[in-house]
Design a binder for this molecule. Structure first.
Ligand SMILES: *[C@@H]1O[C@H](CO)[C@@H](O)[C@H](O)[C@H]1NC(C)=O
Length: 224
């Protein structure tokens, strides 16, 4: 006779795989190239008519280095659904990241996706911070992968003597990117100074200096 406790565990096991699914929803058809101009709004984008699908819808060019002339020496070329409508409903996307010598991809997180990145060129310090504030890091070079768990704060710093190139892949068509510094010091409208002085335990002059510096710096990237 199955005890009620065992039954409870079995029920939990049956339910868990679907309820813990953390990636994008599964596609319901072969092809759903995003119609970015569609008038209706859904969770993602409607598909464009299959009669209008062409070979180009399945390809996207990330061969060119981005513009590294900014305060952070970084350039991200995004291959998410906004740039590459072919990934609509597929639950994946890939970016290209370039870092100048000494350049940094400042601490940020992706709310909707884990990240697996392959380093193609250079020497990069990758740092990951857990919700317990444990800091994991390693210097990685060409041919290595690094993993960023979903939603965790992370950064990449070019510590080598040549430009860094890596390609992050995501299990989301639109992973979202939230920078720690901009989400506190460069919002629209600005967060009241009182919140930031009380959070960081410093005076207005420190907060104003950081706000001014960050507002004038170009990320070369607008988080979506
Ligand atoms: C690179 O970005 C800088 C700063 O925004 C800009 O002045 C420059 O024209 C850009 N270069 C190219 C090739 O787009």
């Amino acid at each position: 006779m199955i005890s009620s406790r065992l039954l409870c565990c079995l029920t939990a096991l049956l339910i868990l795989p679907s309820s813990s699914n953390a990636a994008d929803p599964d596609p319901l058809q072969d092809i759903c190239i995003a119609d970015l101009d569609a008038k209706i709004s859904v969770n993602g984008f409607p598909c464009k008519s299959e009669t209008e699908v062409t070979s180009d819808d399945f390809f996207f060019d990330l061969s060119e280095e981005g513009n590294l002339s900014n305060a952070f020496g970084r350039a991200v070329t995004e291959g998410n659904v906004h740039e590459f409508p072919g990934v609509n409903t597929q639950g994946i996307s890939t970016n290209r990241v370039d870092l100048a010598v000494g350049g940094i991809n400042p601490p940020h997180l992706h709310p909707r996706s884990s990240e697996s990145s392959i380093v193609i060129r250079g020497t990069v310090l990758v740092g990951i911070i857990t919700t317990d504030n444990v800091f994991y890091s390693k210097v990685v070079t060409a041919g290595m992968l690094f993993l960023i768990p979903r939603g965790l704060v992370h950064f990449q710093l070019n510590v080598g003597k040549e430009n860094v190139l890596f390609f992050p892949s995501f299990n989301s068509q639109l992973p979202g990117t939230q920078f720690v510094h901009s989400s506190l010091f460069n919002t629209t409208p600005p967060i009241p100074n009182e919140v930031l002085t009380k959070t960081f335990l410093v005076g207005d002059e420190v907060i104003n200096a950081i706000k001014a510096a960050i507002t004038s710096a170009q990320l070369g990237h607008r988080p979506k």
